[in-house]
Design a protein around this ligand. Structure first.
Ligand SMILES: NC(=O)c1ccc[n+]([C@@H]2O[C@H](COP(=O)([O-])OP(=O)(O)OC[C@H]3O[C@@H](n4cnc5c(N)ncnc54)[C@H](OP(=O)(O)O)[C@@H]3O)[C@@H](O)[C@H]2O)c1
Length: 345
């Protein structure tokens, strides 16, 4: 950790959907304790982005020198991370990467701070991978259940908002909604099929086993985060015409019989999760969007099965699914490295 004062942070992808939320969170949580460099592609150079009440002029990532940077937060896609994360790390910065580029590298910790904070003690690299958005919200809900009853199988269907595919995807949903109301055939550009008033049961590419890349992220990353390398996870990932906030219907089978009171007590003690009452279940619009918490609702035992639990989980994919989790990782890294008060050098 370089002794820069104030803390110097580079945000790559500052003009994107996740980057904008990251700027908002950093301004709210860290205020003037940080100096931020907002980085994006050459197209955005000179634009201004909001950092709290201040504005920051966007710089180009391509020629940016990371030498004075304490933390670099990458929110610009896997290709950009593949090219630029290594040079940020070599310059001495700690890197939190939001893309899938390093998530399967065993030398790079994959971290949800409420679930596996100890993984941050791994010193093999200065890169930390932020998990996939759908995985983050699912493991936050499941970690207490796993500790109590031992999960032996997960079956999940996702209902993923278009913001998960970035700003241009949100614009596409808006355009297609207008097209439908005007009896025009929409022309998909971001999604492979029309998303307005539709559902698309394919996110990413199909892998050799027939599952999509998004589904396999949930399989592989859940196993890593819950330290359960052989856990059967069966995922179906669906894109839905919701602007923001992912939802998931989850069935869990456990080794030990489930006690619902114990499950609720564990969620009440856990940080980052809230349980909504049955009469008013959590929805992407009313509970998730612009909120930090992961919301659990519709909790019930699977019919005639003492080992089966059903639940509904929603969260803001741009927040806990991306920017907030990354910001919390930076806070944990910073806390671990901050000189103790009164320490002399
Ligand atoms: N959206 C989510 O819910 C979510 C959740 C978890 C993880 N993620 C990950 O977070 C990352 C960003 O997603 P997003 O939804 O924010 O995407 P987005 O809205 O499309 O924003 C992409 C950002 O990357 C920048 N960028 C693109 N190419 C670049 C280049 N060659 N050099 C520098 N900057 C470049 C863009 O800058 P310009 O404006 O200049 O093009 C923009 O700021 C992705 O890796 C995504 O997988 C997203």
């Amino acid at each position: 950790m370089k002794p820069s004062q104030p803390l110097c942070v580079a945000l790559v992808g500052a003009t994107g959907a996740v980057g904008e939320v990251a700027l908002e969170l950093m301004a709210r949580r860290w205020g003037r304790a940080v100096r931020v460099h907002a980085l994006a592609s050459e197209d955005s150079v000179g634009r201004e982005v909001s950092f709290g009440r201040r504005s920051v002029v966007v710089e180009a990532l391509s020629g940016f020198d990371f030498a004075d940077i304490d933390f670099a937060l990458f929110c610009a896609g896997a290709e950009v991370s593949a090219e630029h994360v290594p040079r940020a790390e070599q310059a001495g910065a700690w890197v939190v990467d939001n893309s899938a580029q390093f998530r399967e590298d065993p030398a790079v910790p994959l971290v949800v701070p409420e679930v596996n904070p100890d993984a941050l003690a791994d010193r093999r690299s200065q890169i930390v991978a932020n998990p996939n958005c759908s995985t983050i919200q699912m493991v936050l809900a499941l970690a207490p259940i796993h500790r109590l009853f031992g999960i032996e199988q997960v079956v999940v269907s996702t209902y993923q908002a278009v913001s998960g595919a970035g700003k241009a995807a949100m614009e596409e949903l808006g355009r297609q909604a207008v097209d439908r109301f005007n009896f025009r055939q929409p022309t998909p550009t971001i999604f492979p099929q029309p998303i307005g008033f539709n559902l698309i049961p394919l996110i990413g590419e199909i892998e050799a086993n027939g599952s999509s890349t998004e589904e396999m992220k949930m399989v592989r990353e859940t196993r890593r985060l819950l330290a359960a390398p052989n856990l059967p996870v069966h995922a179906t990932a669906v894109r839905v015409p919701v602007f923001n906030g992912h939802a998931e219907s989850i069935y869990v089978r456990t080794q030990r019989p489930i006690d619902l009171d114990q499950a609720h007590a564990a969620w009440a003690d856990a940080s980052g999760v809230e349980v909504a009452p049955d009469a008013e279940p959590a929805t992407p619009l009313t509970h998730a969007t612009d909120h930090d918490a992961v919301w659990i609702s519709r909790v019930r035992r699977a019919a005639d099965d003492a080992h089966g639990l059903m639940l509904w989980v929603v969260a803001d994919n741009l927040r806990k699914g991306a920017a907030l989790n990354a910001v919390q990782i930076i806070e944990a890294l910073w806390d671990a490295r901050r000189p103790a008060a009164g320490a002399t050098h």
